[in-house]
Design a protein around this ligand. Structure first.
Ligand SMILES: O=C(O)CCC(=O)C(=O)O
Length: 264
């Protein structure tokens, strides 16, 4: 059975980024914040080139895609299983993470300043950063609806910054968020990467996103990916996680059903 996903545009938060009250209302209501052009495209391009180089070394991406903006898959290259245990993907994380450019992308001053405004205090980066490669035509590996709190645990004031490393129209499978879902508390999740059940007629916030854009979302906001239906392009993205600096680091969960928006 094919389920047709419904979506409405992401709300552009730029008009309220400098207005503390409007920003707080927006974040409390929607549980996400879409900031187009918040990080420099050149820095994203540098990280993309690193990702392409390492993906090519693992036999996943073409060495010379003929287009500096894209990452082209080697025909037939696929991740095994969920993709997250695939040694080629794990090796790419190991190669990429030590690069100062990757760290710098998660610590762009404008991004840290925005997170500080959202959290009401300085934030600590490095709470679970990942570079994702979504291979074309692998609908089965599309990220299912979930809350980050299920996988990350810890403070319920953890926020994630999701950034495309390639321009990412809807057909390339960007992130989609369920507006306001953080307000309903922590949900039941299935084993492994099964995620959480969401009504078939849910309306996701999603759309074409470009390099330099950031989608920030709260760790109780339900999100998923759109399927990558491209014939040959890899969707590459990074997600960086942050928590208020004063919060202790731990991996515990709040009880299912409980909403603790800004508490530990
Ligand atoms: O990029 C994806 O497919 C999923 C991203 C995600 O779940 C996250 O950033 O927490």
């Amino acid at each position: 059975m094919t389920v047709t996903l419904r979506h409405a545009p992401l709300v552009d938060a730029r008009p309220m980024l400098e207005d503390g009250d409007a920003l707080a209302r927006h974040v409390d209501e929607l549980g996400y914040l879409y900031a187009p052009g918040l990080v420099p495209r050149e820095l994203v391009a540098t990280v993309r080139r690193l990702v392409r180089r390492y993906a090519a070394e693992e036999g996943l991406a073409a060495v010379d895609p003929g287009d500096d903006e894209a990452i082209v898959a080697v025909p037939g290259a696929r991740f095994e299983g969920s993709g997250y245990e695939d040694p080629r993907w794990l090796k790419l994380q190991q190669d990429l993470f030590p690069h100062p450019e990757f760290r710098a992308l998660g610590e762009v001053p404008a991004l840290l300043a925005l997170l500080e405004r959202v959290c009401g205090e300085p934030v600590m980066a490095g709470r679970g950063d990942i570079c994702r490669l979504v291979m074309p035509q692998m609908a089965v590996q599309t990220t299912r609806p979930h809350q980050d709190h299920f996988y990350v645990g810890g403070s319920t004031a953890i926020w994630t910054a999701w950034m495309p490393l390639v321009d990412c129209p809807l057909a390339l499978g960007p992130l989609a968020v369920l507006p306001g879902s953080h307000r309903d508390g922590f949900r039941h999740h299935g084993e492994g990467y099964a995620g959480t059940d969401v009504a078939a007629d849910a309306v996701w916030a999603a759309g074409d996103v470009g390099c330099g854009d950031v989608i920030l979302f709260h760790c109780l906001t339900v999100h998923r990916a759109w399927p990558n239906t491209s014939d040959r392009l890899i969707r590459a993205s990074a997600d960086f996680r942050y928590q208020p600096r004063s919060h202790p680091i731990h991996t515990g969960h709040v009880p299912v059903g409980e909403r603790e928006l800004q508490k530990r």
